[in-house]
Design a protein around this ligand. Structure first.
Ligand SMILES: Nc1ncnc2c1ncn2[C@@H]1O[C@H](COP(=O)(O)OP(=O)(O)OP(=O)(O)O)[C@@H](O)[C@H]1O
Length: 262
């Protein structure tokens, strides 16, 4: 189980992110409580990945503040930043698994956090019996226990996604962030993976924030759906309460935008 922390998982206070001439996020105010299960939806370019990067402390806001598990991400030393990041499981679009390592080694890497290079190499080369058993337990939970010693490059895309999930769980994070983890798989597999990830996050009592393009999955699996448009939060409600009007709010181009884009 993840360590107890009474703070909300994430708090954004007037947080903005400006990239040169692009205002990717505009004064966002948002609290994500411990154990929340949140889908981030919105059109391409609306700011979903940027928001996840603020929640992962890989970007600091250009103005306003972001608190992760009660700690502001502004002005942290690199050491404190690394320590904070060990409390967050991060599943990027690219999954971040290393092809040439075995499944066991990839998952052990999830747990090394801020340890030294020497200690990391030792763990990778000679994982302890306790680590091997824990890895196996997580692999079994994601349904690929038999793949423990296989080279990750020999696994299918869907199996590699399961490795990425097991690696995140092995880290025992307080929160899990996933950036479109199902973008490149077929609909049936996408549903299985979202089901698996939401169930596992629940059983670990971990907060889950996942960006998704598939609105049906957001509706079915997420008690909270946050819709972004042009760097603003325009929807924040249970997935089961999403309406056609919400979809239009998010995705329909106004006549003004159509003229601007022409
Ligand atoms: N590093 C960067 N430098 C400059 N502009 C950026 C950078 N990262 C993002 N942006 C811009 O910020 C805006 C929001 O991008 P972001 O990637 O957060 O959108 P998104 O909703 O995740 O899109 P998608 O669904 O296509 O992944 C876009 O206009 C994008 O071009």
């Amino acid at each position: 189980m993840a360590a107890t922390n009474t703070h909300p998982s994430f708090v954004l206070e007037s947080a903005s992110m400006q990239f040169k001439s692009t205002l990717a996020l505009d004064e966002i105010n948002l609290t994500i409580e411990r154990g929340d299960r949140v889908a981030l939806i919105g059109p391409s370019g609306s700011g979903k990945s940027t928001l996840l990067k603020l929640l992962n402390a890989s970007l600091a806001p250009t103005s306003g503040s972001v608190l992760i598990h009660g700690k502001s991400t502004t002005g942290l030393t690199p050491k404190d930043l690394r320590k904070l990041r060990t409390t967050i499981g991060w599943i990027p679009q690219s999954l971040g698994v290393i092809d040439n390592l075995t499944v066991l080694q990839n998952i052990v890497l999830g747990g090394v956090g801020s340890q030294s290079l020497a200690s990391t190499l030792r763990k990778l080369t000679f994982p302890s019996r306790a680590d091997r058993l824990r890895v196996l337990e997580h692999l079994e939970r994601v349904g690929i226990g038999q793949k423990l010693f296989e080279r990750t490059s020999s696994l299918s895309g869907g199996q590699q996604q399961r490795v990425a999930i097991a690696r995140t769980l092995f880290q025992n994070p307080q929160s899990i962030l996933a950036d479109e983890p199902v973008s490149s798989v077929d609909p049936a597999r996408a549903e299985d993976l979202v089901d698996l990830l939401t169930t596992l996050a629940d059983s670990h009592n971990a907060t889950l924030v996942m960006s998704l393009h598939n609105l049906e999955l957001a509706k079915r699996f997420f008690p909270r759906v946050i819709g972004l448009r042009k760097g603003h939060v325009v929807i924040d409600k249970p997935g089961s309460a999403l309406t056609e009007a919400d979809t239009q709010t998010l995705y329909d181009l106004s006549a003004e935008e159509l003229t601007a884009d022409a």
